[in-house]
Ligand binder design. Sequence first.
Ligand code: PLP
Length: 381
Amino acid sequence: MDFADRVERVEPSATLAISDLASQLEAEGADVVDLSVGEPDFPTPENIVEAAKDAMDAGHTGYAPSNGVPELKDAIAEKLHDDGLDQYSSENVIVTPGAKMALYETVQALIEDGEEVVLLDPAWVSYEAMVKMAGGSLTRVDTSEYDFALEPALDDLAEAVSDETELMVVNSPGNPTGAVYSDAALEGVRDLAVEHDFTVISDEIYKEITYGVEQTSLGTLEGMEDRTVTINGFSKAYSMTGWRLGYVAAPEELIGQAGKLHSHSVSSAVNFVQHAGIEALENTDEAVEEMVEAFAERREFLVDLLAERNVDVAEPDGAFYMMVPVDDNDQAWCEGAIEDAHVATVPGSAFGTPGYARISYANSKERIEEAVERLDAEGYL
Ligand code: PLP
């Protein structure tokens, strides 16, 4: 078979080698502590599960309107208003099967051959693949020397962007760093976006998961109202990864174009899942708070365990990940850690930043402690 360039230029996920090794070891009977996963370890809150069952019983099992069930789009618009994003009404929303599809549709709608997209490294793995599939070219700005903060990296960003820049992706709180960008950093992005007239995707999938700080939504900044594409979803805040529910909010012209891709590919997000999404947005604040509190405790716990072993990390203010400095050859470190200590992590090079391993602390304190003790005993810390 002769394959299209758009798929041949994308590599399979660099995390695959690690999860394959983990599965192989588990099949052989090993007890693997998996700190490589990007999902909360809590069940979906019961009221959301009940709402899905009720929606099925009520017959919401047929096709849904392509851009989303109207009540859910209204609830999303209300949530966005609560975040200060007054420019969006339900007409500015497409409900998608996961935030990933929202990002994919946005990149497909905006980027064509040779157009420049700027990423801040370390960056979530799929941005690169999405840009490559669209034929875009990547410019990457490394934030690792600034402990993953954006404000001190603004000069580097200013050098990297130009009138050729079409799109930039900002992900805060970020995967894999957990960094929360300051208002001053976002204002710096805004100034550059306005000066060079580019669009910015603000991936806010971890916005609800922060520790003692709040993440300003980029689209609330003056000058960004019509050049921000806001992405969010239900996977992380509501522990709904498998339900596949997310959304894009954007100026109406973009919704029109992305909506064509959406209707000709997925048709819509699952009907009864969208009904459960309404319940998530309207009646789940307490459960979200409890999960965030648990993440906060584990974060402190992990930072302390590492500090006791003289491993300093840039303490994250959001999400549930931490970048731990390891050997230059981070791929070898991660493979060794899983083979010798049976602890699965993700190499920083998968995110464009070698020399680190990403640890997800969406796991119990006991398992986190077990992992750190094993890594220490095997000489990995
Ligand atoms: N954006 C970031 C930064 C993520 O980490 C993820 C999931 O890992 C997504 C988007 C996609 O989330 P989903 O498609 O599950 O809504």
